[in-house]
Design a protein around this ligand. Sequence first.
Ligand SMILES: Cc1cc2nc3c(=O)[nH]c(=O)nc-3n(C[C@H](O)[C@H](O)[C@H](O)COP(=O)(O)OP(=O)(O)OC[C@H]3O[C@@H](n4cnc5c(N)ncnc54)[C@H](O)[C@@H]3O)c2cc1C
Length: 534
Amino acid sequence: MSAGQPPPATRITAGLEGAPREVDVLVVGLGITGAGVALDAVSRGLSVLAVDAHDLAFGTSRWSSKLVHGGLRYLAKGQIGVAHESAVERGVLMEVTAPHLTRPMPMVVPLTSSVTRAQATLTAVGLRAGDALRRGARTGAETLPRPRRLSATETLALAPALRRAGLRGGMLSWDGQLEDDARLVTTVARTAAALGAVVRTRARVLAVEAASSNGAGGLRVGLRDELTGATTTVTARAVVNAAGVWAGDLAEEVTLRPSRGTHLVLRAAALPGLGTSVFAPIPGETNRFVLVLPQPDQTVYVGLTDEPVDGPIPDVPEPTEPEIGFLLDVVSACFARQLHRSDVVGAFAGLRPLLEPPTGSGGSTADLSRKHAVLVGRSGMVTVVGGKLTTYRRMAQDAVDAALATPAAAGLAAGPCRTRTLPLLGAAPRAELAALEQHPRLVRRFGTDAALVLADALEVTGLTEDELLAPVAEGVPVTLAELVFGVTHEGAVDVADLLDRRTRVGLLAGDRALAEPAARRALALAAHHLPGRR
Ligand SMILES: Cc1cc2nc3c(=O)[nH]c(=O)nc-3n(C[C@H](O)[C@H](O)[C@H](O)COP(=O)(O)OP(=O)(O)OC[C@H]3O[C@@H](n4cnc5c(N)ncnc54)[C@H](O)[C@@H]3O)c2cc1C
């Protein structure tokens, strides 16, 4: 694209310049839920404008445990429907829509001296039930192998850093793991844009109202371009509010009671040789664990907590020292080496968007966290909230179905939901991905689009392949190629977009500082793609 030309509609951009004033569906929020709604709606043949006040994956969606859950936790609570839905959606992501962004993750529950025989039996029964869920969802055992009991020697072979004293063995099972939650959001949003959705960051929805008293005239949406401060009104036949913990700001019928979940980031060397995730039993509790989750970039996440949050909702929630101390204590009790505060190289917290149960229902937020809710307000706006990353596709389907049933959407020519069989950009069967010869990190994060990422960066920058694919700093695996692509195709407009959301180097403050010059360089090299310079 040369300077002065508008960006192709299939690319995500920032601000509202050139955005349509009339659409079939307007989507508020570009976390996983909103990105999923945009993809669902556009793939049914509807015109879509999807906006985020900040950036793709700015909210809760980038602070998750990065798991594709099979729903075992919900089964334990008797929520069979939710559990089955989770298992089905896990299978859809891992086998059809996003094999490139997911992988099978082995998990070990070590049978330490603090786990009684009765608890061990309960865990074994639970894991077998989890496998039944997998089979019920028709996910292959080659994708997620069956669980099995391990001897102490086998357990230590998988996780040599575990405390040996009193270790009787372990239980091995499998679940799904995401390459990166924010990358999933970006890929869903990019897939929606590729099908024609107009996807804009830095565009805040200020208010939504019915355009006429009988609701038939559609909805009027007030928006502000956060780059210029200019306000505008868009008319939509349907509006889906997917603003996560902020959904209540636009919908009076929604009251949220968020709960904070904190993770720590450790260097892999702090728990050496970890070839599997470990569910560290919380001493004194039955069936509650702290998760120790090795990541591909030589880090380990440790999480997570569940703390109610009162008061105003922050843009970026902060972990507290007591939460950090709790996580370190539980992991230290299970591993040979005592972990210290100095082992924590990063920490992050996210807010679960839990719906306040209706007055008098006696329900708790924890119960509602497992389900998603679709609510239709007086204006006709549909709010979709709750659920999880794993079930985003189903949430989007339910939200669009509800939106199409509102009076304002009557007569819209929408096809049936197609997303269950619609691969995200870059998806391919695992064997095909394994055979790709492009840079391994790009394949892990972009699948078959790895070649496009490199070709784009070569064309835009005029640099060599070696320069574009080298780690941006010693020990920091991010490449200049993916940073440039973040600007040209994924709507990144500043260093924070590139380091905190298009890549996740921002999870480690030290590495982030090392990567900052490369992010600035990418922005300069692709400057003619930035808003105001196009
Ligand atoms: C600690 C933690 C761990 C988790 N781990 C997992 C896991 O491992 N696996 C899993 O499947 N699920 C997990 N979940 C659940 C999952 O992360 C969330 O359910 C999901 O990310 C919520 O996404 P969302 O799109 O609904 O909200 P968000 O990601 O918060 O998106 C809302 C977006 O709306 C935007 N917005 C707000 N107001 C406006 C406005 N007025 N105009 C325009 N835009 C607006 C925000 O900027 C934001 O980007 C976890 C949750 C937490 C808290």
